[in-house]
Design a protein around this ligand. Sequence first.
Ligand code: FAD
Length: 625
Amino acid sequence: MSLFLDTYDVIVVGGGHAGSEAAAAAANMGSKTLLITMNLQNIAQMSCNPAMGGIAKGQIVREIDALGGYSGIVSDTSAIQFKMLNKSKGPAMWSPRVQSDRMRFAEDWRLMLEQTPNLDFYQEMVSGLIVSNGKIVGVKTSLGIEVKAKSVVLTNGTFLNGLIHIGDKSFGGGRAGERAATGITEQLVDLGFDSGRMKTGTPPRVDGRSLDFSKMIVQPGDENPEKFSYLDITKPLAKQRSCHMTYTSPEVHDLLREGFDRSPMFNGRIKSLGPRYCPSIEDKINRFANKDKHQLFVEPEGWNTVEYYVNGFSTSLPEDVQFNALRSVAGFENVKFFRPGYAIEYDYFPPTQLKDTLETKLVNGLYFAGQINGTTGYEEAASQGLMAGINASLKVQEKEPFTLKRDEAYIGVLIDDLITKGTEEPYRMFTSRAEYRTLLRQDNADLRLTPKGFDLGIASDKRLKRMEEKHSKAENFVQFFKDTSVKPEEINPILESKDSSVMKQSDKMFKIFARPNITIDDMRKVASVNDYIIDNNLDNEVIEQTEIQVKYSGYIAKEKNNADKLHRLEYVKIPENFDYSQIKSMSFEAREKLKNIQPTSVAQASRISGVSPNDISVLLVYMGR
Ligand code: FAD
């Protein structure tokens, strides 16, 4: 008798960051879901740095949380340090980041999934897909077990034909200590998919007891830490663990260079492209030969472990070269290794083969999410998993698909970039990729997305109520500033003390508060002279939201206006299988690209490289617009 008697609505293959979010979303939407992964001990394992968030990635985690995904909650429960990055810049750039307890992160994810209804688990390698008449009908495992499903989400990460490199040694593996996954790439290629190879690397992990932290610079967390989740499941951290910073030196670089002839990167054994913005240490000293030092961040791996992650020292050089060079870094003179750094090459599938729902164009009901799509990073993977899980579920339930536009979420930018432009090197998110970043802030992800998550059935009633309360309190507060006038004699002493130009006649408080150096405390003083009281118990989130809406109202309005203009083309839909070959007045390159990518809207068509504004005009005329 088979272990699996039922047909699942959704099977998720792989329990990494993408797979965990996909499984949670599908199950929470009422789909009977099975998560099959090679090792149930390693659910949402952090393969590389023990941290979540950071620039643009922090915004993504908040978006996942706002929609009802789990990454934000788990990031909070397992955090050992919190920092809001870029606080000195405008709010579009503020990016939350936590240092995580690696083991606790994986444990908490598994606990969250075990508490999710409709979700079954199975540990084994999926070695093949069952496809019938261009439609997915199930998966096959390495033991030969067949499990039937109406849809399948593949989230294989770095495991597909993974090949690990350390110096001149290489061996199969999905990440250190885990075997590679085989069978799936070959079958997908037979089905007509294009595949490619990418690479990434990770630094050594070392024993903190062997380090001399007195030679390094302490990097504490924020004095007033915040958190990721908009829900109040956890409180901000009461205590935190510090990181440390140190530097490489010319001596360290010379020692590293000694191993270049045995480096798989320099002797040509690794041919695939790695993440440009997360280069290995050998890459850095090679590319920036005139720099005599590089920063290294020494990050604890958890609350109770002595293991440390050497951020900035990612390498695939031989282990003896890594060790020798690291011993010349200040504070590392007596370093003991827990694990050497390594690089890994793996298969990915160019994401232009996907629809905007992350369903493949070739096989009905088959979805791809995460590193398999050529991205890098936990946050990028988790957000795709969430979207694939949602859409797989919606499809099975015969409901309309769910997509996010570029002005609605970083997740929308990410997916649109992937399916429209594709990627030939590991894709990571940056704020600069988003043209509407003043709208896509970390502080307002709940306002943007929680109502959508609620409609989908994954954001709870409690989450929606919290969002609505914050929204209405902030709106009222903004209105108060718009409605209330102040006289010059009431405000000028404060303005003078702030070196801000004085007022000659009465004006609205909104205008004063909009000035960059005027704070909420100044406003409280003005309000009190004016016989108004600003509630002292107002939530910090409400105050922050109000302040941003007042101080950045001009920028926000301008971006909204630009986004509205773009929507006009977003709503001009292109029918499926549209025949571009008929449009002879369009450039050949544009016709080929459009035929290949099959954009769903004219706006998406306009973002494809090689499609010019003139091609778009021709397309619009052809479509009778
Ligand atoms: P993963 O987290 O890799 O999870 C894949 C899961 O699928 C695993 O649980 C695996 O067991 C399972 N699986 C795979 N195939 C099968 C199968 N056939 N059957 C059943 N289960 C299967 N990101 C950065 O942002 N910066 C970095 O510097 C960086 N460096 C990295 C270095 C290394 C060595 C590695 C391995 C990863 C690195 N990453 C880095 C990438 C980061 O780990 C990934 O982006 C992220 O984990 C991808 O999430 P995912 O869910 O797509 O895949």
